[in-house]
Design a protein around this ligand. Structure first.
Ligand code: SAH
Ligand code: SF4
Length: 399
């Protein structure tokens, strides 16, 4: 059987290849595919369950499928095509950063995904603060092979990428230096999560997993694939949407569309400045969509009970970390009338970036001012800074 059927929504790169990944296909796409193999409709349920609930890695593992069907599918070029972890970097704090290769073998790009055991201090899902020191990064980073057995964990946060590189060009971010390479497909986005869940033998239902879509790239500039990945992860893999947070640099049309989604993660806006002038100097995208327009769009999102919008605020020494900035920020958050919290992120340094880390005392004073003004404020503990795994450090560093 040599027919390569056209499946609506498949990435064009996938269409032209002989190999086609099953992982990433929606229920409807799987149904169309199995129909082309003249299979009854219950096969769709079996395949969906195998791909997303059992998280199989090879066609042979789809137990309910007859051997002949699996052979036919393989002969026609279909395989699971789950992204593969190609390199692992382990931090002294237990964080792991992965370079993950695309599943079809013909894709030369790698994407980055980060595993943070026991949460990341800012996105635990309950909004509490685990901060325990901002500057501790003793110990040497160690690069290990994938063969190293991973400890099973029962609670972790996975940071997921949505693009290879990024086009937004925030001046303080290392990912920006890569430029925009390409959008990831839904399968490549959800596949990062599943590859990491499998590595750590995570059992959904028993283990508490949070997802933050805060890796490489701007999720709202790859909106359709990103949201399809979310649906696969919620409906298929079984991770509750309340344990997912997506961060955007402020893509207005994306926020407006997001407000209408029936299934969606929580939202974080990378505010990073108390006014347009400072924001524009570090995030040129502010010229396109200013803070007021973003706040207006945020107010249109119907929040679920106890849900809060997060304002992320990267503290850059001498740029946006003064008390007067904290005062202006507190005012801005209060005037927004949003049910919101602020996550303060100490800027993670990298080569060739013209910024300085803030002083520890200034960070504490900044947070204190927000809290005493009635604004919830947490300090995000940097994770994996020694292996370039922390916020804004993902640029496929290989040493
Ligand atoms: N593109 C999205 C999500 C990825 S960036 C966004 O910008 O929101 C995730 C977070 O890391 C953002 O809040 C961003 O402001 C922050 N960040 C970027 N570079 C950083 C750096 N060098 N140190 C600390 N945080 C950084
Ligand atoms: Fe892109 Fe986010 Fe980095 Fe800005 S902070 S360049 S939007 S990844």
């Amino acid at each position: 059987m040599t027919t390569q059927i056209q499946i609506e929504g498949l990435a064009s790169s996938q269409k032209s290849l002989k190999f086609t990944s099953l992982f990433g296909l929606s229920n409807e796409q799987l149904a169309v595919l199995l129909e082309s193999f003249t299979q009854p409709s219950y096969r769709t349920r079996q395949l969906w369950h195998a791909l997303y609930c059992q998280r199989v890695e090879a066609l042979e593992e789809i137990a309910p499928f007859p051997v002949q069907l699996r052979q036919q599918m393989a002969a026609a070029g279909y395989g699971i095509g789950l992204p593969k972890i190609s390199q692992v970097f382990t931090s002294s704090d237990g964080t792991e950063r992965y370079l993950i290769a695309c599943g079809d073998g013909a894709c030369v790009e790698t994407v980055e995904t980060v595993w943070m055991p026991n949460g990341d201090g800012g996105e635990r899902g309950d909004g509490s603060n685990e901060s325990d020191g901002l500057y501790g990064m003793d110990g040497l980073a160690e690069s290990v092979s994938q063969a190293t057995p991973a400890e099973p964990y029962h609670r972790a946060t996975i940071c997921v990428s949505s693009q290879v590189g990024c086009a937004v060009n925030c001046h303080f971010c290392l990912t920006a230096k890569l430029g925009m390479k390409r959008n990831l497909t839904a399968g490549e986005i959800a596949g990062q999560v599943v590859a990491v869940l499998n590595r750590h033998q995570v059992r959904i239902g028993r283990d508490r997993i949070n997802l933050v879509f805060m890796g490489m790239g701007e999720p709202f500039l790859n909106y359709a694939a990103f949201m399809e990945a979310v649906r696969l992860l919620v409906v298929g893999v079984g991770i509750p949407e309340s344990r997912m947070t997506v961060s955007t640099s402020g893509i207005l049309p994306g926020i407006e569309r997001f407000a209408t989604e029936p299934i969606r993660p929580k939202l974080a806006l990378s505010l990073n400045a108390p006014n347009d002038a400072v924001r524009e100097s570090i995030m040129p995208i502010t010229r396109k969509w200013n803070i007021d327009s973003l706040l207006l769009a945020l107010r249109a999102i119907p929040l679920r009970p106890r849900e809060r919008v997060t304002f992320e605020y990267v503290l850059l020494g001498g740029i946006n970390d003064r008390l007067q900035d904290a005062r202006e920020l507190a005012q801005l958050v209060q005037d927004s009338r949003l049910h919101a919290k602020v996550n303060l992120i100490v800027w993670n340094p990298g080569p060739d970036t013209p910024y300085q880390m803030p002083q520890e005392a200034d960070v504490a004073a900044f947070q204190q001012h927000l809290i005493s003004s009635g604004v919830s404020a947490y300090i995000r503990r940097p994770r994996g800074r020694d292996i370039y795994a922390a916020c804004g450090q993902l640029k496929r560093t290989t040493a």
